[in-house]
Design a protein around this ligand. Structure first.
Ligand SMILES: *Cc1c(COP(=O)(O)O)cnc(C)c1O
Length: 396
């Protein structure tokens, strides 16, 4: 029976390869960091991790995780509501709520699960979800699982959002959903205008802070801090897998009754295992560190500013942003691939993105800055960009 299916899959895989869309994995043999070692033994400077605060290999988080292994063991072997809730889980939920200035938090195994499990328990067919067209795949999937009516607005386009809100005006409850930072352009959602429209049309707001928590805002509280909107959005989702340590785990934080209902009905929470205590312990340490000093956020912001300014000065076309994602626009898909390959030869690891990940004709290299980078790392990358840019005729 498998024979026919096997031939079918082999064909499909060949098509993916032919289209240049095949994703190969690069094997890393060192901890995550500014400099990583790949399996060939080559050391490269890493500019494509979501390790925004450099916490993936932070000694304090490692120590907290090791200690929790001794005091709380390795795994929970249970979902939260049976016997998978530890004191560390409760403490981390509280800490995350304090960090964002929200009322309560519910943890998930990943933000993919937080987004997958947030809509269906809360909204029904008489309600509306109004979603940004570039929202993360997990939001799109979560919306699909929910019976609410769907409205879509063009990326960060508040005029279009208003149109959709007018179209949805007869729905019982309306929820506007947006990523805080969009991963391909690095643009920040216009949350000030979104909240204004939500107030005008009696809608609620949900922000996914996965790429913005720890990054955007003076103290890294995300897009709600950037726009001074603490406590003014009903739902925030986020991940522990990016700036917040980079291991695993996700959360939904927000209004008390919303979180309470999710604990009753959210399927990824009810039917999937609890995160390991060591991850919760490291998460608690992470929030404590971020609450006691602004050192890492400041370093990240300085690094980002430094890199963007120098790259613009050299003549690269950079998308402006308040995030730590720097899109170096090259427009041509082949050029983006060649550029990334040449940078790797120079010891700089970045990824070129082209269609269908970004629109046709808008290929680019995405550079992700980190507090783990030192000025010498940034200078090395800028020099390499300049060299390859001249070689390929991108800059003069
Ligand atoms: C990375 C990301 C997620 C998924 O987070 P995980 O915890 O890795 O599942 C969800 N939403 C957005 C916007 C993201 O960038």
């Amino acid at each position: 029976m498998y024979k026919d299916f096997q031939a079918f899959l082999q064909n499909e895989i060949a098509d993916i390869k032919e289209a240049g869309l095949y994703k190969a994995e690069r094997v890393i043999v060192s901890p995550q960091g500014a400099e990583i070692e790949v399996s060939s033994g080559k050391k490269v400077l890493n500019f494509c991790a979501n390790n925004y605060l450099g916490l993936s290999n932070n000694p304090q988080l490692i120590a907290a995780a090791k200690q929790a292994l001794d005091t709380h063991g390795y795994g929970m072997s249970s979902v939260r509501f049976i016997c998978g809730t530890g004191d560390l889980h409760k403490e981390l939920e509280q800490k995350i709520a304090e960090f964002f200035g929200t009322e309560d938090t519910i943890l998930y195994a990943a933000c993919f699960d937080a987004n997958g499990g947030v809509f269906e328990p809360l909204l029904g067919p008489e309600d509306a979800i109004i979603s940004d067209s570039l929202n993360h795949a997990s939001i799109i999937d979560g919306v699909r699982l929910c019976k609410a009516q769907r409205f879509r607005y063009e990326n960060a386009d508040v005029a279009d959002l208003e149109k959709q809100l007018i179209d949805a005006k007869n729905c019982r409850f309306k929820l506007i959903v947006t990523d805080g930072v969009f991963s391909m352009d690095g643009n920040v959602a216009p949350l000030d205008k979104i909240v204004e429209l939500a107030n005008k049309y009696n809608a609620m707001v949900m922000v996914d802070e996965s790429h913005s928590a720890g990054v955007v805002g003076h103290t890294g509280r995300g897009v709600t801090e950037h726009f001074n909107l603490k406590g003014q959005v009903e739902i925030i989702t986020g991940t522990l897998g990016k700036a917040f340590g980079g291991a695993i785990g996700g959360f939904t934080t927000g209004k008390k009754e919303i979180i309470e209902m999710l604990r009753q009905k959210s399927r990824p929470y009810l039917f999937s295992n609890s995160i390991p205590p060591l991850v919760a312990a490291a998460g608690i340490k992470m929030v404590e560190m971020m609450s006691s000093t602004n050192e890492l956020q400041d370093k990240l912001h300085n690094n980002t500013e430094y890199f963007m300014e120098k790259m613009s000065k050299i003549g690269f076309d950079i998308k402006p942003t308040a995030s730590a994602i720097c899109a170096v626009m090259l427009y041509d898909a082949k050029l983006a691939q060649d550029f990334a390959a040449k940078l790797l030869d120079e010891g700089i690891y970045v990824i070129g993105f082209s269609f269908p990940v970004v629109p046709k004709g808008l290929a680019r290299i995405r550079v992700q800055l980190s507090a783990a980078h030192e000025t010498e790392h940034l200078d090395k990358a800028i020099t390499a960009f300049e060299k390859v840019g001249k070689e390929l005729g991108v800059i003069k």
